[in-house]
Write a protein that binds this ligand. Structure first.
Ligand code: NAP
Length: 329
């Protein structure tokens, strides 16, 4: 496979290269792509150096698959150009996710929707992926009525600039700000910009993308997304109301048998997921599974994953692996 990585010099792009190498993805030619600022720079993949090229050069190289993580505007403009050249695009930005003509894929849940005609495939938002991976098998069994989610999101979700801001603040150095406020010793209840309804885009992604991935518009979702000075991954407190009653042990058992999910749930041994330990791992971790005693058929959980891994690079590469296995590219 000839693979273009668009945004190869960025936070997600770098993890993308790492995950491709780790999974021994069948790369016959790697095409690292970034902005004009980075053209000519060298990046390393499996011990070999590759020169970063610009977008038009990459289109002309007609890769089999292009993995995009270079922001929404780049995707809107360039994904169709790659697709027109015969390259299948898997896009990490929010550009195509809610486009009704594009599929929004978490491979464990809905990869079977993909066909050869899907030339631009959307990768969901990081905070959505980790939540729906846990919700999908529970929805099947108990039917979800409503989800209330509060997130504690890693600064790595904002890219290289945010990591630099935190490092500057640690070191007491004045520098460029990725956020409007200091993030060290802070919690910022704003991830991405605000929409007219008073919610942030990140919160509305959790609402809209969950319904699309689970193919069910009747699920009510409400979210509060908060940025915290954490590097390893996103954490989420998730409250789920089902139509049908459940046993907590049964929920644990279902999640224990869910691909990509690891249950870490034992109060006696203080076992629960934490971003420090999720960092660098491909799984989604779930714990603090307990009944919400304030109303019937309702559950509380704590879900943690590395947003750069399952929330971005790993999910994208799993989609690419599915396309190859199903002979769709
Ligand atoms: N971070 C996450 O957890 C996460 C999760 C899911 C999805 N995403 C999405 O992935 C994308 C990248 O995020 P990131 O965190 O990796 O950001 P980042 O660290 O800021 O990296 C951005 C990358 O995009 C490239 N780029 C920017 N403008 C470009 C242009 N006009 N043409 C070509 N390349 C351009 C940059 O190249 P230069 O180095 O040359 O500037 C860099 O390689 C975003 O769309 C984001 O929403 C991020």
């Amino acid at each position: 496979m000839r693979i273009a990585v668009v945004g190869a010099t960025g936070m997600v792009g770098e993890v993308m290269l790492k995950v491709l190498a780790e999974r021994n993805f069948p790369v016959t030619e790697l095409i690292p792509v970034a902005s004009e600022r980075s053209v000519g720079k060298e990046i390393e993949y499996k011990g070999k150096k590759y020169t970063v090229v610009g977008l038009q050069t990459a289109v002309d190289m007609k890769a089999d698959i292009a993995l995009f993580s270079a922001g929404g505007e780049t995707s809107l403009e360039w994904a169709p150009k790659f697709a027109a050249a015969g390259t299948t695009v898997i896009d990490n930005s929010s550009a195509w996710r809610m486009d009704p003509t594009k599929k929004l894929i978490v491979p464990e849940i809905n990869a079977s929707e993909l066909t050869k005609e899907d030339k631009i495939i959307a990768n969901p938002n990081c905070s959505t992926i980790q939540m729906v991976l846990v919700l999908a098998p529970l929805h099947k069994k108990y039917n979800i009525k409503r989800v209330i989610v509060s997130t504690y999101q890693s600064i790595t979700g904002t890219g290289v600039k945010a990591v630099q801001q935190l490092e500057n603040e640690y070191a007491g150095v004045q520098g460029e700000m990725a956020y409007k406020y200091p993030i060290h010793r802070n919690a910022i209840p704003q991830c991405d910009s605000f929409e007219d309804n008073g919610y942030t885009k990140e919160e509305m992604k959790l609402v809209r993308e969950t319904k699309k991935i689970l193919s069910d518009n009747t699920i009510a979702v409400t979210a509060t997304a908060v940025r915290v000075p954490i590097v390893g991954g996103h954490s989420e407190a998730v409250n789920v109301e089902f139509s049908n009653d459940f046993e907590v042990a049964e929920i644990q058992n279902i999640l224990h048998h869910t691909d990509g999910v690891v249950v870490q749930d034992n109060n006696d041994t203080f076992t629960y997921p934490m971003p420090m330990y999720a960092q660098g791992k491909d799984d989604v971790f779930v714990g603090r599974i307990r009944r919400d005693e304030s109303q019937p058929n309702t559950l509380n959980m704590w879900i943690v994953a590395d947003n750069l891994r399952k929330g971005a690079a790993t999910n994208t590469i799993q989609i690419a692996e599915y396309l190859i296995a199903a002979k769709l590219v």
